[in-house]
Write a protein that binds this ligand. Structure first.
Ligand code: PBG
Length: 323
Protein backbone atom coordinates (compact mmCIF):
# COMPACT_ATOMS: atom_id res chain seq x y z
CA UNK A 1 0.00 0.00 0.00
CA UNK A 2 1.02 3.61 -0.59
CA UNK A 3 3.54 5.02 0.22
CA UNK A 4 5.47 1.72 0.27
CA UNK A 5 3.96 0.58 -3.04
CA UNK A 6 4.59 3.03 -5.87
CA UNK A 7 3.78 1.50 -9.25
CA UNK A 8 5.21 4.53 -11.03
CA UNK A 9 8.71 3.34 -10.00
CA UNK A 10 8.66 0.81 -12.84
CA UNK A 11 7.47 3.35 -15.40
CA UNK A 12 10.34 5.78 -14.98
CA UNK A 13 12.35 5.23 -18.16
CA UNK A 14 11.80 3.68 -21.55
CA UNK A 15 14.35 0.93 -20.97
CA UNK A 16 12.77 0.02 -17.63
CA UNK A 17 9.30 -0.04 -19.14
CA UNK A 18 10.62 -2.33 -21.86
CA UNK A 19 12.14 -4.68 -19.29
CA UNK A 20 8.85 -5.19 -17.45
CA UNK A 21 6.60 -5.19 -20.52
CA UNK A 22 4.14 -8.10 -20.43
CA UNK A 23 3.16 -8.19 -24.10
CA UNK A 24 5.41 -7.65 -27.09
CA UNK A 25 4.76 -7.85 -30.80
CA UNK A 26 7.06 -9.37 -33.39
CA UNK A 27 6.81 -9.75 -37.18
CA UNK A 28 6.42 -13.50 -36.58
CA UNK A 29 3.04 -12.86 -34.97
CA UNK A 30 1.39 -11.82 -38.21
CA UNK A 31 -0.40 -13.26 -41.22
CA UNK A 32 -0.86 -10.90 -44.17
CA UNK A 33 -4.10 -11.20 -46.20
CA UNK A 34 -3.89 -10.82 -49.99
CA UNK A 35 -6.47 -10.63 -52.81
CA UNK A 36 -5.56 -12.23 -56.12
CA UNK A 37 -7.30 -11.56 -59.42
CA UNK A 38 -6.87 -12.99 -62.94
CA UNK A 39 -4.68 -11.13 -65.43
CA UNK A 40 -1.20 -9.68 -65.60
CA UNK A 41 0.21 -6.46 -64.21
CA UNK A 42 -3.04 -5.76 -62.36
CA UNK A 43 -2.87 -3.81 -59.12
CA UNK A 44 -6.29 -2.34 -58.29
CA UNK A 45 -6.52 -0.21 -55.20
CA UNK A 46 -9.42 -0.91 -52.85
CA UNK A 47 -11.00 2.44 -52.01
CA UNK A 48 -12.12 1.55 -48.48
CA UNK A 49 -8.80 -0.14 -47.62
CA UNK A 50 -5.97 2.27 -48.47
CA UNK A 51 -2.69 0.38 -48.95
CA UNK A 52 -4.43 -2.88 -49.93
CA UNK A 53 -4.81 -4.10 -53.49
CA UNK A 54 -6.37 -6.69 -55.72
CA UNK A 55 -3.32 -8.09 -57.49
CA UNK A 56 -2.70 -10.38 -60.42
CA UNK A 57 -0.36 -13.25 -59.70
CA UNK A 58 2.82 -11.53 -60.96
CA UNK A 59 2.14 -8.59 -58.62
CA UNK A 60 1.17 -10.91 -55.77
CA UNK A 61 4.55 -12.64 -56.08
CA UNK A 62 6.29 -9.29 -55.59
CA UNK A 63 4.17 -8.50 -52.55
CA UNK A 64 4.75 -11.95 -51.10
CA UNK A 65 8.51 -11.46 -51.48
CA UNK A 66 8.29 -8.21 -49.56
CA UNK A 67 6.16 -9.83 -46.86
CA UNK A 68 8.72 -12.59 -46.43
CA UNK A 69 11.60 -10.11 -46.33
CA UNK A 70 9.86 -8.40 -43.40
CA UNK A 71 9.99 -11.69 -41.45
CA UNK A 72 6.24 -12.17 -41.63
CA UNK A 73 5.89 -15.96 -41.82
CA UNK A 74 2.61 -16.35 -43.68
CA UNK A 75 0.08 -14.93 -46.10
CA UNK A 76 -3.59 -15.82 -46.49
CA UNK A 77 -4.92 -15.79 -50.04
CA UNK A 78 -8.38 -14.77 -51.20
CA UNK A 79 -9.30 -15.30 -54.84
CA UNK A 80 -11.54 -13.25 -57.08
CA UNK A 81 -12.34 -15.69 -59.89
CA UNK A 82 -12.98 -15.20 -63.59
CA UNK A 83 -16.50 -16.61 -63.33
CA UNK A 84 -19.03 -16.90 -60.57
CA UNK A 85 -21.90 -19.40 -60.70
CA UNK A 86 -24.47 -21.11 -58.48
CA UNK A 87 -22.15 -24.01 -57.77
CA UNK A 88 -18.95 -22.03 -57.08
CA UNK A 89 -17.19 -24.13 -59.77
CA UNK A 90 -14.17 -21.82 -59.90
CA UNK A 91 -13.45 -22.51 -56.22
CA UNK A 92 -12.05 -25.98 -56.93
CA UNK A 93 -10.63 -25.67 -60.44
CA UNK A 94 -7.02 -26.82 -60.49
CA UNK A 95 -6.15 -23.80 -62.64
CA UNK A 96 -8.23 -21.39 -60.57
CA UNK A 97 -6.76 -18.07 -59.58
CA UNK A 98 -5.83 -19.10 -56.03
CA UNK A 99 -4.43 -22.44 -57.17
CA UNK A 100 -2.20 -20.70 -59.72
CA UNK A 101 -1.15 -18.07 -57.21
CA UNK A 102 -0.09 -20.74 -54.72
CA UNK A 103 2.13 -22.42 -57.33
CA UNK A 104 3.68 -19.15 -58.47
CA UNK A 105 4.45 -17.91 -54.97
CA UNK A 106 5.82 -21.32 -53.92
CA UNK A 107 8.12 -21.26 -56.96
CA UNK A 108 9.70 -18.00 -55.85
CA UNK A 109 9.49 -18.18 -52.06
CA UNK A 110 9.09 -21.81 -51.00
CA UNK A 111 9.62 -20.97 -47.32
CA UNK A 112 6.72 -18.55 -47.02
CA UNK A 113 3.72 -20.28 -45.43
CA UNK A 114 0.70 -20.14 -47.72
CA UNK A 115 -2.72 -20.23 -46.12
CA UNK A 116 -5.86 -20.25 -48.23
CA UNK A 117 -9.29 -19.04 -47.27
CA UNK A 118 -11.69 -21.89 -47.99
CA UNK A 119 -15.13 -20.45 -48.64
CA UNK A 120 -17.60 -20.15 -51.48
CA UNK A 121 -18.74 -16.53 -51.18
CA UNK A 122 -16.17 -15.20 -53.64
CA UNK A 123 -17.16 -17.88 -56.16
CA UNK A 124 -20.95 -18.00 -56.02
CA UNK A 125 -23.07 -15.76 -58.24
CA UNK A 126 -25.27 -14.95 -55.20
CA UNK A 127 -22.36 -14.16 -52.88
CA UNK A 128 -23.36 -16.55 -50.10
CA UNK A 129 -20.87 -18.87 -48.43
CA UNK A 130 -22.79 -22.00 -49.38
CA UNK A 131 -24.84 -23.83 -51.98
CA UNK A 132 -28.46 -22.70 -52.16
CA UNK A 133 -31.32 -25.19 -52.27
CA UNK A 134 -34.97 -24.12 -52.04
CA UNK A 135 -33.95 -20.59 -51.13
CA UNK A 136 -31.80 -21.53 -48.14
CA UNK A 137 -28.12 -22.34 -47.68
CA UNK A 138 -27.82 -26.11 -47.66
CA UNK A 139 -25.24 -27.12 -45.08
CA UNK A 140 -24.45 -30.66 -46.18
CA UNK A 141 -24.36 -29.93 -49.92
CA UNK A 142 -21.90 -27.12 -49.18
CA UNK A 143 -19.53 -29.46 -47.33
CA UNK A 144 -18.87 -31.45 -50.51
CA UNK A 145 -17.79 -28.33 -52.40
CA UNK A 146 -15.67 -27.00 -49.53
CA UNK A 147 -13.83 -30.31 -49.38
CA UNK A 148 -13.13 -30.18 -53.13
CA UNK A 149 -11.85 -26.63 -52.72
CA UNK A 150 -9.57 -27.49 -49.79
CA UNK A 151 -8.13 -30.50 -51.62
CA UNK A 152 -7.46 -28.46 -54.75
CA UNK A 153 -5.63 -25.83 -52.65
CA UNK A 154 -3.58 -28.60 -51.05
CA UNK A 155 -2.80 -30.09 -54.44
CA UNK A 156 -1.53 -26.70 -55.59
CA UNK A 157 0.79 -26.58 -52.58
CA UNK A 158 -1.05 -24.75 -49.79
CA UNK A 159 0.46 -25.40 -46.36
CA UNK A 160 -2.65 -24.46 -44.41
CA UNK A 161 -6.33 -24.33 -45.31
CA UNK A 162 -8.63 -21.97 -43.43
CA UNK A 163 -12.36 -22.71 -43.77
CA UNK A 164 -14.35 -19.51 -43.15
CA UNK A 165 -17.83 -20.53 -44.25
CA UNK A 166 -19.27 -21.47 -40.81
CA UNK A 167 -21.14 -24.57 -42.06
CA UNK A 168 -21.51 -27.30 -39.45
CA UNK A 169 -19.17 -30.26 -39.84
CA UNK A 170 -16.87 -28.69 -42.40
CA UNK A 171 -13.67 -29.23 -40.48
CA UNK A 172 -14.32 -32.96 -40.13
CA UNK A 173 -15.27 -33.26 -43.79
CA UNK A 174 -12.20 -31.33 -44.97
CA UNK A 175 -9.84 -33.32 -42.69
CA UNK A 176 -11.23 -36.59 -44.02
CA UNK A 177 -10.94 -35.52 -47.65
CA UNK A 178 -7.41 -34.17 -47.21
CA UNK A 179 -6.32 -37.39 -45.53
CA UNK A 180 -7.91 -39.58 -48.21
CA UNK A 181 -5.98 -37.65 -50.86
CA UNK A 182 -2.72 -38.07 -48.96
CA UNK A 183 -2.52 -34.53 -47.55
CA UNK A 184 -2.21 -35.63 -43.95
CA UNK A 185 0.30 -32.85 -43.23
CA UNK A 186 -1.82 -29.97 -44.47
CA UNK A 187 -2.85 -27.92 -41.45
CA UNK A 188 -6.43 -26.80 -40.76
CA UNK A 189 -6.78 -23.32 -39.32
CA UNK A 190 -10.52 -22.99 -38.81
CA UNK A 191 -12.42 -19.76 -38.48
CA UNK A 192 -14.10 -21.41 -35.50
CA UNK A 193 -15.81 -18.41 -33.95
CA UNK A 194 -16.77 -16.13 -36.80
CA UNK A 195 -19.41 -13.55 -36.04
CA UNK A 196 -21.96 -12.00 -38.42
CA UNK A 197 -20.21 -8.65 -38.35
CA UNK A 198 -20.67 -5.35 -40.14
CA UNK A 199 -16.90 -4.92 -39.81
CA UNK A 200 -16.50 -7.11 -42.94
CA UNK A 201 -17.96 -4.36 -45.12
CA UNK A 202 -14.74 -3.16 -46.80
CA UNK A 203 -13.57 -6.75 -47.39
CA UNK A 204 -16.69 -7.48 -49.40
CA UNK A 205 -15.72 -4.63 -51.72
CA UNK A 206 -12.21 -6.08 -51.96
CA UNK A 207 -13.38 -9.65 -52.57
CA UNK A 208 -16.53 -8.72 -54.48
CA UNK A 209 -18.59 -10.99 -52.25
CA UNK A 210 -21.58 -8.93 -51.09
CA UNK A 211 -24.54 -11.34 -50.75
CA UNK A 212 -27.11 -10.61 -53.48
CA UNK A 213 -29.98 -11.16 -51.02
CA UNK A 214 -30.32 -11.47 -47.26
CA UNK A 215 -27.30 -11.62 -44.98
CA UNK A 216 -25.03 -14.18 -43.32
CA UNK A 217 -26.81 -14.40 -39.98
CA UNK A 218 -28.11 -17.93 -40.59
CA UNK A 219 -24.55 -19.26 -40.55
CA UNK A 220 -22.21 -16.74 -38.89
CA UNK A 221 -22.51 -16.25 -35.13
CA UNK A 222 -24.67 -13.74 -33.29
CA UNK A 223 -22.39 -10.98 -31.91
CA UNK A 224 -24.28 -11.21 -28.61
CA UNK A 225 -23.10 -14.75 -27.87
CA UNK A 226 -20.07 -15.61 -25.77
CA UNK A 227 -20.58 -19.18 -24.53
CA UNK A 228 -21.51 -20.34 -28.02
CA UNK A 229 -17.98 -19.49 -29.17
CA UNK A 230 -16.65 -22.12 -26.77
CA UNK A 231 -18.99 -24.72 -28.30
CA UNK A 232 -17.86 -23.75 -31.82
CA UNK A 233 -14.19 -24.00 -30.96
CA UNK A 234 -14.61 -27.29 -29.07
CA UNK A 235 -16.38 -28.87 -32.03
CA UNK A 236 -13.81 -27.68 -34.55
CA UNK A 237 -10.95 -29.06 -32.45
CA UNK A 238 -12.79 -32.37 -32.06
CA UNK A 239 -13.23 -32.50 -35.84
CA UNK A 240 -9.53 -31.93 -36.42
CA UNK A 241 -8.75 -28.21 -36.41
CA UNK A 242 -5.07 -27.63 -35.58
CA UNK A 243 -5.54 -23.93 -34.82
CA UNK A 244 -8.56 -21.66 -34.55
CA UNK A 245 -9.47 -18.11 -35.52
CA UNK A 246 -11.67 -15.67 -33.65
CA UNK A 247 -13.11 -13.05 -35.97
CA UNK A 248 -13.40 -10.07 -35.83
CA UNK A 249 -10.80 -9.24 -33.18
CA UNK A 250 -11.39 -5.86 -31.60
CA UNK A 251 -14.99 -6.15 -30.47
CA UNK A 252 -14.33 -9.75 -29.49
CA UNK A 253 -11.34 -9.53 -27.14
CA UNK A 254 -13.39 -11.31 -24.45
CA UNK A 255 -13.88 -14.25 -26.83
CA UNK A 256 -10.16 -14.40 -27.62
CA UNK A 257 -9.42 -14.45 -23.91
CA UNK A 258 -12.02 -17.16 -23.18
CA UNK A 259 -10.78 -19.39 -26.00
CA UNK A 260 -7.15 -18.95 -24.98
CA UNK A 261 -7.97 -19.99 -21.42
CA UNK A 262 -10.17 -22.92 -22.39
CA UNK A 263 -8.08 -24.67 -25.06
CA UNK A 264 -4.49 -25.54 -25.78
CA UNK A 265 -4.38 -24.98 -29.53
CA UNK A 266 -2.75 -21.88 -31.03
CA UNK A 267 -5.29 -19.06 -31.14
CA UNK A 268 -5.42 -16.60 -34.03
CA UNK A 269 -7.47 -13.42 -34.25
CA UNK A 270 -8.56 -11.68 -37.44
CA UNK A 271 -8.14 -7.91 -37.26
CA UNK A 272 -10.70 -7.47 -40.04
CA UNK A 273 -11.14 -4.98 -42.85
CA UNK A 274 -13.50 -2.60 -41.01
CA UNK A 275 -11.09 -2.39 -38.08
CA UNK A 276 -8.39 -1.40 -40.55
CA UNK A 277 -10.52 1.08 -42.50
CA UNK A 278 -11.71 2.91 -39.39
CA UNK A 279 -8.15 3.74 -38.42
CA UNK A 280 -7.09 4.63 -41.96
CA UNK A 281 -10.07 6.98 -42.28
CA UNK A 282 -9.55 8.67 -38.92
CA UNK A 283 -5.85 9.08 -39.71
CA UNK A 284 -6.66 10.67 -43.09
CA UNK A 285 -8.75 13.25 -41.24
CA UNK A 286 -5.85 13.81 -38.87
CA UNK A 287 -8.00 12.65 -35.97
CA UNK A 288 -5.76 9.82 -34.77
CA UNK A 289 -2.08 9.03 -34.85
CA UNK A 290 -2.15 6.03 -37.15
CA UNK A 291 1.09 4.31 -36.09
CA UNK A 292 0.45 4.58 -32.38
CA UNK A 293 -3.16 3.49 -32.59
CA UNK A 294 -2.24 0.58 -34.87
CA UNK A 295 0.38 -0.71 -32.42
CA UNK A 296 -1.94 -0.20 -29.45
CA UNK A 297 -4.69 -2.20 -31.12
CA UNK A 298 -2.41 -5.01 -32.26
CA UNK A 299 -0.90 -5.19 -28.77
CA UNK A 300 -4.37 -5.40 -27.23
CA UNK A 301 -5.28 -8.33 -29.47
CA UNK A 302 -2.14 -10.17 -28.43
CA UNK A 303 -2.64 -9.24 -24.77
CA UNK A 304 -6.16 -10.70 -24.91
CA UNK A 305 -4.59 -14.05 -25.84
CA UNK A 306 -4.01 -14.21 -29.59
CA UNK A 307 -0.84 -16.07 -30.57
CA UNK A 308 -1.24 -15.02 -34.19
CA UNK A 309 -2.88 -11.95 -35.75
CA UNK A 310 -4.25 -11.79 -39.28
CA UNK A 311 -4.02 -8.13 -40.21
CA UNK A 312 -3.89 -5.76 -43.16
CA UNK A 313 -1.50 -3.79 -40.93
CA UNK A 314 1.00 -6.69 -40.89
CA UNK A 315 3.51 -5.07 -43.24
CA UNK A 316 3.34 -1.65 -41.62
CA UNK A 317 3.65 -3.15 -38.14
CA UNK A 318 6.55 -5.40 -39.14
CA UNK A 319 8.36 -2.42 -40.68
CA UNK A 320 7.96 -0.46 -37.46
CA UNK A 321 9.12 -3.40 -35.36
CA UNK A 322 12.23 -3.77 -37.49
CA UNK A 323 13.34 -0.20 -36.89
C1 PBG B 1 -15.17 -15.17 -46.48
C2 PBG B 1 -14.48 -14.22 -45.62
C3 PBG B 1 -14.88 -12.93 -45.18
C4 PBG B 1 -13.81 -12.39 -44.48
C5 PBG B 1 -12.81 -13.36 -44.47
N1 PBG B 1 -13.26 -14.47 -45.15
C6 PBG B 1 -16.10 -12.16 -45.46
C7 PBG B 1 -17.41 -12.57 -44.98
O1 PBG B 1 -17.59 -13.52 -44.22
O2 PBG B 1 -18.36 -11.89 -45.40
C8 PBG B 1 -13.74 -11.03 -43.85
C9 PBG B 1 -12.38 -10.46 -43.69
C10 PBG B 1 -12.33 -9.00 -43.41
O3 PBG B 1 -13.35 -8.31 -43.23
O4 PBG B 1 -11.21 -8.51 -43.35
N2 PBG B 1 -16.27 -15.79 -45.98
Amino acid sequence: MFPVQRLRRLRKTDILRKMVRETTLAPQDFIYPMFVVPGKGVKNSISSMPGCFQESIDEAVKTAKEVYSLNIPAIILFGIPENKDEKASDAYKDNGVVQQAIKAIKDFIPELIIITDVCLCEYTSHGHCGIIKNGTIDNDATLEVLALEAVSHARAGADIVAPSDMMDGRVGKIRKSLDEEGFTDVVILSYAAKYASAFYGPFREAAQSVPAFGDRRSYQMDPANRREAIREVALDIEEGADMVIIKPALSYLDIISDVKQSFNVPVAAYNVSGEYSMIKAAAQFGWLNEETVMMEILTSIKRAGADIILSYFAREAARLLQR
